[in-house]
Design a protein around this ligand. Structure first.
Ligand code: CU
Length: 408
């Protein structure tokens, strides 16, 4: 089918080229020059300009009417200001668009070639220069200042009442983390990232388990090298690659040994993590409560985009970013407002970050404070039951407990 369309297009181009040639030839036969255009042709072109102007304006108005309100009312407090700023800009652009295009098309039509008309010529006019410099200049300055004021109020520091939620991005999903009762996020470190610990949460058990895993690998690699040397059949290149692997394992272990246990608000960040709640697929936030999102990324730059709250922020590996907002409409209220009981707020990735970028999303549920509390209470903590876990680590083996003791 595609090939067929391509063929038709190519044939059409050839046909047009041939027709032009025939037209040129007929002019030569008639003894008229190419640049001599008849008054009838000029009239036709001038009218075509006007027809096209109406088609163009009509399509723009149609698109505005059809897609102008592509999002429902803002569901966050700052979003109202964003919408106001956006509407003002759209109005200005629309007015300028219609004036400029009206002049462009009507002048082209009205001032078509007329052998009896002579163009007025003047080299310079100070008043005109003033008008077309000052009017756009002042308008632009107004837009920029208004935009900056809105931006600053949106991105300023969160108030002391704000609760924090971490949104963690990686190819290709989102994870939300809530600090527990102590209101402190547990420490994270990329050296501890693994299949069962996607966020790289640092806890005593986590550190011990990772070191035990690395020790096991070091032992196996050392044994492979020793065996190879003993047998005398190991190629040099293979030995080198094993040694390289061994070096990397030891360096990884050292990095974990170097992790320092920091305190925050009087709570050890290694212990703070065990009551953190980690959720996937969907996360809840309470209506009317200021929320400060902290964004982190594991791999590449993603962008956390919540269109219904008019919120967007890049998530950058190695550099936490923030965004504060206060949701004002619960999911239930918005469903009622839109008459759509399947409606859900959404968190999307708005940066093309790889093959499954399109699928990187998470549902956001805005609850009443009571519902939110009930939901949060149901979520499991990272450490499960901390007391029980510590018991297990102690009975597992004395060497891992010793490693942790030596780091501390
Ligand atoms: Cu992404």
């Amino acid at each position: 089918m595609n090939l067929f369309i391509l063929l038709v297009v190519v044939l059409a181009i050839i046909a047009i080229a041939q027709l032009t040639k025939v037209y040129d030839l007929s002019r030569t036969l008639r003894n008229s020059r190419e640049e001599e255009i008849s008054a009838a042709d000029n009239r036709l072109n001038a009218n075509a300009w006007l027809v096209w102007m109406f088609v163009f304006f009509g399509s723009v108005i149609y698109l505005y009417a059809k897609y102008g309100d592509y999002l429902p009312d803002s569901a966050s407090e700052h979003g109202v200001a964003v919408d106001k700023l956006m509407s003002l800009n759209i109005w200005l652009i629309t007015v300028v668009f219609f004036i400029v295009n009206y002049l462009l098309f009507t002048f082209a039509s009205k001032y078509r070639f007329n052998p009896n008309r002579k163009a007025k010529f003047f080299a310079h006019d100070n008043r005109l220069e003033m008008i077309w410099t000052l009017v756009p200049g002042i308008t632009m300055a107004f837009i920029i200042v208004y935009g900056l004021i809105t931006w600053n109020s949106m991105t300023g520091p969160a108030s002391s009442e704000a609760m924090q939620i971490e949104l963690y991005s990686k190819q290709f999903d989102w994870t939300a983390r809530y600090p527990g009762e102590n209101k402190v996020f547990g420490a994270c470190d990329f050296n501890l990232i693994g299949t069962s610990n996607a966020l790289g949460m640092v806890t005593e058990e986590g550190v011990a388990a990772k070191i035990a895993e690395i020790d096991h690998n070091i032992e196996a690699t050392e044994k492979a090298i020793a065996d190879g040397i003993a047998k005398g059949t190991m190629p040099d290149s293979y030995k080198e690659s094993l040694e390289d692997q061994l070096y990397k394992l030891k360096r990884h272990k050292q990095r974990i040994m170097d992790l320092k246990e920091n305190e925050m608000n009087g709570v050890s960040q290694w212990k703070a993590g065990s009551d953190d709640k980690i959720v996937k697929g969907e996360f809840h936030i309470p209506v009317g409560q200021e929320i400060e999102f902290v964004f982190r990324s594991q791999d590449v730059i993603h962008s956390a985009y919540m269109p219904h709250f008019r919120a967007q922020m890049n998530t950058v590996p190695g550099m936490p970013t923030r965004f504060k907002m206060k949701p004002t409409i619960t999911t239930a209220e918005m469903r009622q407002k839109l008459g759509n009981d399947k409606f859900d707020y959404i968190l999307l990735c708005n940066k093309v970050c790889g093959a499954a970028h399109f699928n990187m999303k998470m549902t956001v549920i805005v609850d009443s404070p009571e519902d939110y509390k009930a939901w949060l209470a149901e979520q499991k903590t990272f450490g499960g039951e901390p007391a029980k876990k510590q018991e297990e680590t102690k009975t597992e083996g004395s060497d891992t407990t010793m490693v942790v003791a030596s780091i501390k």
